[in-house]
Write a new protein. Structure first.
Ligand SMILES: Cc1ncc(COP(=O)(O)O)c(C=O)c1O
Length: 449
């Protein structure tokens, strides 16, 4: 931007950025030992803060190789002829502090199973967060229920519990909180609302292995909890998922349903198959990889938390960088992603896209995360489908369209910056690189405009 050619608004913005710069220079000691990397921004042809590679993901060891090979050689590849899936289910339930676990082919099918066994389907409404991976929308729509969004709390990136009650009506059957990015949602408030309105709670914990709310694992706080073990996840096996819960009868139904409706435990055969079923069984190979991966989960979680807290302490005083907050009830996060908000008004109004490119050029891979998916075609296609038109009145669907606005989420989608989980498996020095690169961009913001 040409400083001689400022409009009044730009001038005020530039002036306030200037005073922020002055404030920043006063607070430089707060940056601790971030080694300030002076010089030209890498995106403008300068030296990047970092050229070293980041930890890659997934990480595997010989124990997985051995057990996968032994399953291959045995010919017992499906769970009906092996013990590996059951062994992992027992281990995972124990680790989560819950009675039962049923593994599925992936997280999407864990959620679909949970919705089915809790009898949530045609004509029902489920309250979900708009700020999530598309699978959370898909499973509700796929169950022929209406995904009703409650706006996001931009400070925590989670569903805003104070926006849930206004979305409840007589057709609401469940709340599906997502512990998105591996940061726990406010489960005290969500469970209190669910109790008051007699709603089921299905936790989408597909990004939140080992995260805790008041010392209890995420996924154990509602009626059922669902997880994903997809390739990018902290407990990965390519594709995989699980449902966990404490109610034996519900868990029996999960097992039976995922196994073609065959009788299981309290689910008895009357004539033929007693319940409708499908096949969502995990293979023995998937479980073998999980049994190997689960060994590193505790240590990795510890490391991610330590590095995340350290990184927050390093970047929190850079003007325009707002680290995520954790609710008071969070005793541990999973950190599937490390998020912060970027306020461009502190960076000479450089658009977020340019900030992301500048940060990437400094050797810090990053992304802007989810967009406002409720504005794209998916919801409208669902509302116009034969199933939805039969299941919901025209009046209801029109009201839904009118209410489909989430200003806090819209804003968050414009400001979010994500760093990936494997970066948090680096060292404190690696975190210093992230902080130094961010500070370098801040200090050179006038050159980017
Ligand atoms: C929040 C959330 N829900 C659901 C899913 C679906 O899991 P999967 O990919 O294993 O089907 C994912 C996977 O990324 C997710 O992140």
């Amino acid at each position: 931007m040409n400083e001689n050619n400022l409009t009044r608004r730009q001038f005020i913005a530039a002036a306030s950025a200037g005073s922020l710069a002055a404030a920043a220079s006063r607070t430089i000691p707060a940056y601790g030992n971030i080694s300030k990397k002076a010089g030209k921004l890498a995106i403008l042809g300068g030296q990047p803060v970092r050229t070293k590679r980041w930890p890659s993901w997934p990480v595997w060891d010989r124990s997985a190789e051995k057990s996968v090979l032994s399953i291959l050689r045995s010919g017992n590849w499906f769970r009906g002829r092996g013990k590996t899936v059951s062994e992992f289910e027992e281990k995972y339930a124990k680790l989560m502090g819950v009675k039962r676990c049923v593994c599925t082919v992936n997280g999407t099918n864990a959620l679909l199973t949970a919705l089915h066994v809790l009898d949530i389907g045609v004509g029902d409404e489920v309250i979900v967060s708009p700020y999530t991976f598309i699978a959370t929308y898909n499973v509700v729509i796929g169950s022929c229920a209406l995904p009703v969004f409650a706006d996001t709390d931009p400070e925590t990136f989670q569903i805003n519990p104070d926006k849930i009650e206004e979305r409840i009506n007589k057709n609401t059957k469940a709340i599906m909180p997502v512990h998105i990015l591996g940061l726990p949602a406010n489960m005290d408030k969500i469970n209190a609302i669910a109790r008051k309105h007699n709603l089921k709670v299905i936790e989408d914990a597909c990004q939140a292995w080992m995260a805790e709310w008041r010392g209890k694992k995420c996924g154990t706080l509602g009626d059922l909890g669902c997880f994903s073990f997809q390739n990018s996840k902290h407990l990965p096996c390519g594709e995989g998922g699980a449902i966990i819960g404490n109610d034996d009868e519900i868990m029996d139904r999960c097992f039976s349903y995922h196994n073609c409706g065959r009788p299981y435990g309290s689910v008895k055969r009357t004539s033929g198959y007693p319940i409708i079923g499908t096949n969502r069984r995990m293979t023995e190979y998937q479980a073998a990889i999980l049994l190997s991966q689960i060994k590193r989960l505790e240590k990795d979680t510890q490391m991610r938390n330590e590095n995340a807290h350290y990184l927050t302490s390093k970047i929190k005083d850079i003007p325009g960088i707002i680290p995520h907050k954790l609710y008071e009830g969070v005793t541990r996060a999973a950190y599937h992603l490390y998020p912060f908000r970027y306020k461009k008004e502190h960076f000479n109004n450089i658009p977020r896209g340019k900030f992301l490119s500048a940060l990437s050029a400094e050797g810090i891979p990053c992304s802007g995360g989810y967009g406002p998916q409720y504005k794209d075609g998916l919801i409208e296609v669902a509302l116009n489908s034969k199933n939805f038109k039969r299941s919901f009145s025209k009046k209801r669907l029109n009201k839904y369209r009118e209410q489909n606005h989430y200003p806090d989420n819209d804003q968050l989608c414009k400001e979010a910056v994500w760093l990936s989980q494997s970066m948090l498996l680096g060292t404190k020095r690696d975190m210093d690189d992230i902080a130094a690169a961010t500070l370098k961009i801040y200090e050179n913001r006038n050159k980017l405009a």
